[in-house]
Design a protein around this ligand. Sequence first.
Ligand code: PBG
Length: 329
Amino acid sequence: MYPIKRNRRLRTNEAIRSLVRETIISPNDFLVPIFVVEGKGVKEEIPSMPNYFRLSLDMLEKEVKELWTLGLKSVLLFVKIDDKLKDNKGTEALNPKGLMQRAIKTVKNTCPDMLVMTDVALDPFSSYGHDGIVENGLILNDESSEVLAEMALSHAQAGADFVAPSDMMDGRILEMRELLEDEGFINTGIMAYSAKYASAFYGPFRDALDSAPVNVVDVPKDKKTYQMDYANRFEALRETEMDIEEGADIVMVKPGLCYLDIVRDLKNEVDVPIAVYQVSGEYAMLKAASERGWLNHDAVMMEQVTAIKRAGADIIASYFAKDVVKLIS
Ligand code: PBG
């Protein structure tokens, strides 16, 4: 008696394995998150994100040139601003000479073909560390959406190709799309963080931008009234369909690895590109374990990004982008 089929024949050696491999990672898969700060010559390592840095605008120029030579052609910009500039309405976010607006111009001047996406959310600008305006212990939805739309317009005016609202207010995509159309920015795209879960994996990111919710009375301590409950699956489809109806060009699932079931659900249902954000906590976990010699960094990193793509990601936003590309080139 022999097995009727021998599946192992297709695994005999690397040549046959590579011939039948379904998922191939390339530089085209990646969107590179970048943290920008004021100053000159600043390249500060983020303590909870080893080998990841906050960059001043001059260092951003260098970084962008390096990314381009590596074949990485898209960046996602975040800014860390001084506490003195923060208020409840995130007023500084609309400053035409603000750090984000200057960062967009810096990238475009350095490397005109680099795709520039920008984070649209109030938290880095909010004195309370929330993605919307806080009033009487609540996060205001519609008022926040209006500010977010203004913020998106300001980024478009500075030259952003795509705006990426990461706030999870209801109706903000429509608000943004209409304002962009009215102002003539018909080709500015929207990548909506559609299925964004209230996750503890964002911890290191909040360290990077100093953007965690503050511990003050009448300010919610977490983001659970707007980001999704991680116990829920079907809600992700509702959120995503709504964003697409409102005009999202790309939708996102976030975080990555714990949410690949959601990625596959969406891939089977929607026909716009899906981005997956492999977030700061996922990065920190692998860095920490590999520093201790408990995991093989490069092997686990490749397994993770390949799994994200296999699940259905068309775009991977990842702090590992450079590491991956250097490894595979
Ligand atoms: C906030 C925002 C967060 C991230 C991207 N945009 C954090 C949060 O929602 O608190 C997290 C990214 C990461 O952890 O890498 N608008």
